[in-house]
Ligand binder design. Sequence first.
Ligand code: AMP
Ligand code: ZN
Length: 196
Amino acid sequence: MWKRKVESTTSKPTKKCHWSTGLLKSMEDPECKIKEDDKIIVINDKYPKAQFHYLVLPKEDILSIWHVQGKHHDLLIHMHNVARTLVEKQSNHEFIMGYHAMPSMQRLHLHVISTDFNSPCLKTKYHWNSFTTPFLLHSSDVCRQLRETGEVKKIPTETWKDYLNTNLKCHKCSTQPKNMPDLKRHLLTHIDSKQQ
Ligand code: AMP
Ligand code: ZN
């Protein structure tokens, strides 16, 4: 896994478990788990980057999106459908669903996130760009690629690094905020205008 900046946490790391295995621990924690069936577990993201931020993980030990093969097509379709069911329950909110081009945490995980991006955990340009540029591989595209070609098209390292370093841009209008505080203030205007 690529080592991006680790989320701050108050719990002390144990000697045996690397921080990148945190999702495996959360999958076992009834307090984190919000849905389960024979193939998947859904958990709440511990550091949500929006009002709603879920992770759909397979029980099968697949390390990341880059370890997915044609034989996993049905599983990824199932993960997509589970995500859609979650989203339908929040009909007042828009969502996006996808996989990060370079995940930091072990075990394949599908991000299901509301597009308000209204959260104190959304702190950095990298957080922002990881959901609002092609760094996020949309679930429907991934499923289509698997169906048509039996694999997920690789993204060169320079390309995904460029996505993360893109200048800030609002996902809903042409505004180009100067910095993260500016972006976060701007995002509130979209939420406020929606609520009027
Ligand atoms: P990625 O960068 O795609 O690997 O995303 C990992 C996600 O896992 C991030 O959105 C983190 O906020 C989230 N996360 C990190 N540690 C945990 C944990 N222990 N339990 C649940 N979610 C976590
Ligand atoms: Zn805007």
